[in-house]
Write a protein that binds this ligand. Structure first.
Ligand SMILES: [Fe+2]
Length: 281
């Protein structure tokens, strides 16, 4: 295979061409893919045609698969590692998680060791008279850190925020067991990327409920200001999906949100896998 890496031109994102994910990747090709993933925070491959088993096998090369707390409700039959993300209802019942992640976030930041990354394989993508809908936006938390003024960097570097799973607004209520699984945790609000060494802002408006050593009101204002900074237009790549896309992002160096600008009868169906990570530093 001759692999080609084409950066999007935004601070995050690159398309990878010349790779067929239905075939096993040799070590050199995988190393090139992994380097692009670390460097760009988001990578995608167009026109893929893969089975759930192939997606699981490819995901595993980046780390052990995380079983998402909601995956138990919505996994692919026969492939518990894969979560169905979809707006489709069949016989009046949803076939997957719908309206997932409409607000800016980093996946499972409320976990003690949040996942390294998340992968989506697009099976059905809505088309509105040739216009794309249901895009996903990615914001580079590394570029956002780089752009901070020095006094603010000094003020926040080394501080920890409290991330509370129960605080986020959701489209469905949590069960008590789901609440109990993730008590509040502390993470650095400036993370160091495990592979590139780049510093990345790690602040989410919906999940961070305080900063250690900072008064509540000041902490809330700081969280809001930093969260708004990360998602400034200059740091964003907006992905327009095509059926057959396999896209993956890095949960340290980018945040993301789903644009919810479509509904049934337009169908959107994706298979998601989540790759395990380490305790943030
Ligand atoms: Fe997400």
């Amino acid at each position: 295979m001759s692999i080609e890496i084409i950066p999007t031109g935004a601070p995050a994102g690159a398309e990878i061409r010349g790779v067929d994910l239905a075939q096993p990747l040799d070590d050199a090709t995988f190393a090139a893919v992994e380097n692009a993933y670390n460097a760009h925070g988001v990578i995608f491959f167009r026109d893929q045609n893969i089975t759930p088993e192939q997606q699981v096998a490819f995901s595993r090369r980046f780390g052990e698969i995380e079983f998402n707390i909601f995956g138990e409700r919505w996994s692919v039959p026969g492939a518990p590692e894969i979560v169905v993300v979809s707006n489709v209802t069949e016989d009046g019942r949803p076939i997957g998680i719908r309206r997932a992640g409409e607000n800016w976030h980093s996946d499972m930041c409320y976990a003690p060791a949040p996942p390294r990354g998340t992968m989506l394989y697009a099976l059905e993508i809505p088309d509105l008279h040739g216009l794309t809908v249901g895009d996903t936006e990615f914001a580079s938390a590394a570029a956002a850190w780089d752009a901070l003024p020095a006094p603010l960097r000094q003020r926040i570097d080394g501080r920890q925020a409290i991330f509370d799973f129960s605080s986020r607004k959701r489209a469905f209520p949590l069960t008590q067991a789901e609440r109990d699984r993730y008590p509040p945790v502390r993470h650095p609000i400036v993370r160091t990327h495990a592979w590139t060494g780049r510093k990345c802002l790690y602040v989410m408006r919906d999940d961070c409920v305080g900063i250690e050593g900072v008064e509540t009101e000041e902490a809330e204002a700081l969280i809001a200001a930093l969260a708004d900074h990360i998602v400034k237009p200059a740091f964003i790549y907006r992905h327009q999906w095509q059926a057959g896309d396999l896209l993956m992002w890095d949960n340290c160096s980018v945040q993301h949100r789903a644009i919810q600008d479509y509904d049934m009868p337009l169908r959107r169906l994706m298979h998601r896998t989540t790759m395990g990570g380490a305790v943030p530093v």
